[in-house]
Design a protein around this ligand. Structure first.
Ligand code: DGJ
Length: 722
């Protein structure tokens, strides 16, 4: 049983394969958080967690000790720390004290209304607990939902806030997750970045007081990812305790810690409360996005492996969740806006000769788009460049024996576009205030249903007009001056979240209408790489930085939470267009093969020996694709901490082991490195380049690595013999 309630002890016990989560009903009815971490056997007694905590707070409230206790879903009243929920009532007050009313435990899980979420499948042993809380004075109901995936080892949760009164109320903050830890000496680990530099790992000590990562940009952004990781001081990739909290959401978010001097550490994750206000009229409810929690007692590798599995198996969906996906060639870095039908067909032809399966036409095929100054929103072909339209081009690519894919930026509108001339009010804007341009464009107001309909219809029309098997869905600016011309004053602060609800509805409709199309997400590279996008996009373009060495940092950081199957990774030309570096084709291939392999250059311009090398890369990738997708990944060497990058992936059946080892800079007279593999069967024999090694040797003595100089790399494929 994944969830149990002890009547005698008044405690809820949530248990997965390796973890336990406990909270209880305090004698006055408040919910007190008791424990989250590695598995505890049996029922727990609240007293053992909070007996000595009730001390200093009489100075704050003589009612009871909520300001010192770890709370399950804190509100602002007697608990004067950072609340998870903040409501403004019609009488202008905002104190809330939630008390237990009832609970329900059932098998399976309900989908969240309007928002993407993890799903369950038969055999998961998943159970859901819903606890209903009522405010002691106002007609406010709050339902906390927890789904425990026993075998997959995660807990997901979300919150519904319901107005049961006769007056409207305002939700000012509603976090998806709040946990109070006691006496922990944690580091905060998070993924920071910028354009072409996404998801680099930062680790800092949790301080007394507050710390946060967030986005106020209308999307999860290049700058922080919607995750908070807490780890013991001694935790590394392979040992120690680590917790990861992730949000299934793609808009403004906030992940924060607050540690008081009594060393209660509150961690929260949810929609950013900055400039957020949601009005609830009688009987209306607000649904928060879902948060997921993972615990590992064996370092970051184990934490990532648990996340990778559950993301692949219970968040990603559709045809491409499990099936093989085509190796693609994208023309962006090969041509930018300078192409016509002949050029694209020629690029496709030479790509096909080397084994590429899908030709993707990027930006510039529509309206009058010969640069980035115009035409977003006008989703009909530029007949000067493509005289036979998309239909004709797709047909020619298909005659070559390849699939065809197309770029869109459906959430945007250029001021110089037919769409804007017809509907200037469809852009996100505030009446009387200049709407700031970024990359010469504005954001479409997807908080409006008629705008969502336009996006579905215009994109759908193109997809129905030609043989299109793939869509790259781009987003090249964040929001500013946010307002909706269709909303009244009371609803303006809802625009960010209403936009996300609109976007998710658009993606639901399009992915349902075109189930055979492979959708790849993109946002100026990896500016919206989050759990909210993955139910719709089987893969996401990881970064606009396609340099292999830069990619070792980006892909290493991204893999902390996301599986290889979700990371778009391309071999591009040298000197690299972003950093000017010249790296060997082998290294570009080896690093790209740790994600979804693609090419981003005109392969026709390569030398004959390079063409042969590309051919072998594609052939090899098709052989190892399912291991890369579904295998267990171990990060062996961090480019953040060493001069090397090394990653190992073991196939699901344990029979194949792929290892990629790369050197950032060659060093004179440097020692010969040994690479210690992980997760092997120590008694088994593995064959590498005709030599046999025992698992114990590979893990304990390690493979001797040669010094091959700047940007060198090798991929080693070991086959298990017995
Ligand atoms: C940003 C993307 O990340 C690039 O790959 C390319 O699609 C451009 N946008 C096109 O404008």
């Amino acid at each position: 049983m994944a969830i149990s309630f002890s009547k005698e002890k008044n405690t809820f016990n949530l248990s997965t394969k390796n973890t336990t989560y406990v909270f209880g009903i305090y004698p006055n009815g408040a919910l007190v958080h008791l424990y989250y971490g590695g598995k505890l056997v049996g029922e727990q007694d609240a007293d053992d967690f909070i007996r000595y905590l009730l001390r200093s707070c009489s100075s704050v409230s003589d009612r009871f000790s909520e300001c010192d206790l770890p709370m399950e879903y804190p509100t602002f009243s007697s608990d004067v720390r950072t609340p998870a929920l903040h409501i403004r009532y019609s009488d202008g007050t905002s104190a809330t004290r939630l008390l237990y009313k009832s609970h329900e435990i059932y098998k399976g899980k309900k989908a969240l209304s309007g928002l993407p979420s993890f799903y369950v499948e038969e055999g998961d042993g998943a159970e859901t607990l819903e606890v209903t809380l009522l405010d002691e004075a106002q007609p406010l109901k709050v339902v906390l939902s927890y789904t425990v995936y026993e075998s997959l080892d995660i807990i997901t949760r979300s919150v519904r806030v319901i107005n049961e009164g006769e007056d409207k109320i305002e939700v000012l903050k509603a976090m998806s997750l709040s946990i109070d830890f006691q006496s922990k000496d944690f580091d905060l680990v998070h993924l920071k970045g910028s354009w072409a530099n996404e998801r680099h790992i930062e680790r800092v000590p949790v301080m007394t007081g507050g710390q946060y990562v967030d986005s106020k940009r209308g999307s999860s952004s290049h700058f922080h990812a919607p995750f908070v990781i807490l780890a013991d001081k001694n935790t590394d990739e392979n040992v120690g305790e680590a917790f990861c909290f992730g949000l299934v959401y793609s808009g403004n978010f906030k992940g924060q810690t607050e540690q008081n001097s009594e060393k209660i550490l509150r961690v929260q994750l949810g929609i950013n409360d900055f400039d957020f206000k949601w009005t609830l009229y009688p009987n209306e409810e607000f649904q928060t996005p879902e948060a997921v929690s993972v615990w590992s007692g064996e370092g970051f590798n184990k934490m990532s492996q648990t996340l990778h599995t559950v993301i692949r198996k219970r968040l990603c969906r559709g045809k491409y969740r499990d099936s093989s996906r085509p190796v693609l060639l994208n023309n962006w870095e090969a041509t930018y806006f300078d192409f016509d039908e002949e050029k694209i067909v020629n690029i496709a032809r030479s790509a096909k000769e080397l084994g590429v399966e899908l030709m993707v036409l990027d930006d510039g095929w529509f309206g009058k788009r010969n640069d980035d100054l115009r035409s977003l929103g006008d989703w009909y072909p530029n007949l000067e460049k493509l005289p036979n339209g998309i239909t004709g081009l797709a047909e020619r690519v298909s005659e070559l024996g390849m699939k065809f894919g197309l770029w869109f930026e459906p959430e945007m509108i250029s001021p110089d576009s037919d769409l804007y001339r017809a509907h200037p009010d469809w852009a996100i804007q505030i009446k009387g205030r200049t709407a700031g341009l970024s990359r010469h464009q504005l954001v479409l107001d997807l908080s409006r249903p008629e705008v969502c309909d336009y996006v579905v219809e215009s994109v759908g029309k193109v997809l129905s007009s030609a043989k299109i098997s793939y869509v790259k869905w781009d987003l090249n600016r964040n929001m500013s001056e946010v307002g909706s011309l269709s909303a009244d004053a009371e609803r303006q602060s809802e625009t960010y979240h209403r936009y996300m609800l609109g976007l998710y509805s658009v993606l639901e409709r399009l992915t349902k209408d075109f189930p055979d199309v492979l959708f790849e997400g993109c946002s100026g590279g990896g500016g919206r790489f989050d759990l909210g996008m993955l139910p719709y996009f089987a893969q996401i373009w990881t970064s606009d930085d396609s340099d292999a060495i830069e990619r070792t940092y980006i892909q290493y950081g991204t893999s902390l939470v996301f599986p290889a199957s979700t990371m778009g990774a391309h071999v591009s030309a040298v000197p690299n267009h972003q950093v000017g570096r010249v790296t060997p084709l082998s290294t570009r291939g080896n690093i790209a093969m740790l994600g979804r392999l693609g090419y981003e250059l005109d392969l026709g311009g390569l030398s004959e020996s390079e063409k042969e090398e590309v051919k072998s890369q594609i052939k090899l990738y098709k052989e190892i694709e399912s291991t890369v997708h579904n295998g267990t990944m171990y990060r062996l060497k961090s480019p953040f901490e060493t001069n090397h990058f090394a990653t190992e992936i073991i196939s699901e059946d344990g029979k194949r082991v792929i290892v990629v080892y790369a050197t950032v800079l060659g060093r004179p007279n440097s020692f010969f490195d040994r690479l210690y593999l992980k997760g092997l069967d120590e008694d088994a024999t593995y064959i590498l380049d005709g030599r046999s090694y025992s698992g114990s040797f590979l893990m304990r003595a390690g493979l001797l690595m040669s010094n091959d100089g700047d940007f060198s790399s090798k991929m080693m494929i070991l086959e298990r013999e017995n």
